[in-house]
Ligand binder design. Structure first.
Ligand SMILES: NC(=O)c1ccc[n+]([C@@H]2O[C@H](COP(=O)([O-])OP(=O)(O)OC[C@H]3O[C@@H](n4cnc5c(N)ncnc54)[C@H](OP(=O)(O)O)[C@@H]3O)[C@@H](O)[C@H]2O)c1
Length: 391
């Protein structure tokens, strides 16, 4: 009998988690899902556990954990209220952990699972941007491999062999989002619905807003700098509206490598989950030349997308800067999505606050542990709450 791969999916009720389960569905007999997790959506989690025959479930939100516990009284499913509790009873080495948790709340679980898995595959940008130093140290300590899920970083990871030292430049492609062709004057009145309507990808509201403002690309540059240990000057953004090419690497030996795939997160996830399984991706994999003919690339417009200026001066050396940036953006996007501030105001406020002396004093300091990261998050939130009174 063939041994099944043992995997754990954190954030299985979200978009990344659902895509991971969707690719597993076709080849269920090759995978043993040992645990799934959610924050609040226990109803979806229970359906997933039934479909995929999963015996361990984590529900982070305590009220929903209690509700699910009542429902599950007589079943043979083990329910845990967080990753720490799950790991107390399940610490045998597994093959892969997929991290699809959103926000900085993904950092602690990421660090916790490193010792019990051969590979950690993470889509959780916020944790990579703010806590990479701690993640990387632990990966080294436990000899655990890391694979990025985000399509651009997965592409870079796929293209690199033993030629990292030859990298001259990396281009991360950007679709330009829904506002690429919107005139600057019309941005003042742009509504939430238009901002979250991404032309090529189906994603949640937060990440779609980040795509529209190009903060998502800023984050992706920072992620690439950290994951691949690159000089920030070597990572560039190029607008490529059709989003079929995800990354381009220019090497010092004259070679240029490009990775293309259709715009679905299932493809990176399929290749990660079934790495070395030699299975076939089930959709049409032939090239669509109609999509490729006339593919165009455009230099990004820093005036229209002012967040791109953030990339000009910074080196992203694991100081508090990244933590402050992620927290401010998180809060301000939230205010925009609740219609409390306009899209333009959101951008103006972020750039004003990130340049303020109150926060600037932290940009040369580094957090010593993850507790320091969360202390800073609270400080920034408090600072913004004070500021909010004047909106
Ligand atoms: N979606 C994409 O195509 C895409 C592409 C690249 C990178 N990413 C990154 O991948 C991450 C996940 O994105 P997503 O779009 O899949 O997000 P999502 O749809 O909002 O799903 C997030 C998942 O994490 C769970 N979760 C949220 N807060 C949690 C907490 N405090 N503790 C434990 N679990 C928690 C959610 O549970 P509930 O269901 O209860 O909310 C859900 O299962 C983000 O960092 C995003 O930037 C996403």
């Amino acid at each position: 009998m063939k041994i099944k791969k043992k995997i754990l999916i954190l954030g299985s009720t979200g978009s990344i988690g659902a895509s991971a389960l969707n690719v597993i569905k076709r080849y269920r007999d090759t995978i043993d899902i040992i645990c799934l997790s959610t924050n609040r959506n226990y109803k979806k989690l229970l359906v997933q556990s039934k479909v995929f025959n999963v015996k361990n479930l984590i529900i982070n939100d305590y009220n929903n954990f209690i509700k699910a516990k009542k429902l599950l009284k007589n079943r043979k499913i083990r329910l845990y209220s967080n990753v720490t509790e799950f790991l107390k009873e399940n610490n045998k080495k597994i093959d892969l952990v997929v991290i699809g948790i959103s926000g900085l709340d993904g950092l602690k679980p990421t660090l916790e699972v490193i010792p019990i898995t051969k590979i950690v595959a993470s889509a959780n940008k916020e944790s990579i941007i703010c806590g990479w130093k701690f993640i990387n140290n632990k990966l080294k300590k436990y000899k655990t491999n890391f694979i990025p899920i985000d399509s651009e970083h997965f592409s870079i990871w796929s293209l690199l062999n033993n030629d990292r030292h030859l990298i001259s430049k990396i281009y991360l492609t950007a679709s330009g989002g829904p506002l690429l062709n919107t005139h600057q004057d019309n941005l003042k009145k742009i509504k939430v619905n238009s901002v979250i309507k991404h032309p090529n990808w189906r994603m949640g509201k937060k990440i779609s807003t980040d795509s529209a403002s190009m903060m998502n690309k800023v984050f992706e540059v920072i992620e690439a700098v950290k994951i691949f240990n690159l000089d920030a000057k070597k990572v560039k953004i190029i607008v490529h509206p059709r989003s079929i090419i995800h990354a381009i690497i220019v090497f010092n030996n004259g070679l240029i490598k490009v990775l293309m795939h259709n715009t679905t997160m299932e493809i990176p996830l399929f290749n990660i989950i079934f790495k070395n399984n030699n299975l076939k991706y089930y959709n049409k994999t032939d090239i669509n030349f109609d999509k490729l003919n006339g593919v165009n690339f455009i230099e990004p417009d820093n005036k229209k997308f002012p967040y791109l200026n953030i990339l000009k001066k910074n080196k992203f050396k694991n100081t508090y800067y990244e933590i402050i940036l992620v927290t401010l953006n998180d809060k301000l996007v939230n205010l925009f999505l609740k219609n409390k501030i306009s899209f333009i105001k959101m951008q103006k406020l972020l750039l004003k606050l990130i340049g303020s002396n109150t926060l600037k004093k932290y940009y040369k300091k580094q957090p010593k542990n993850i507790k320091d990261i969360f202390i800073m998050v609270d400080k920034v939130k408090k600072h913004l709450n004070e500021y909010e009174k004047f909106f």
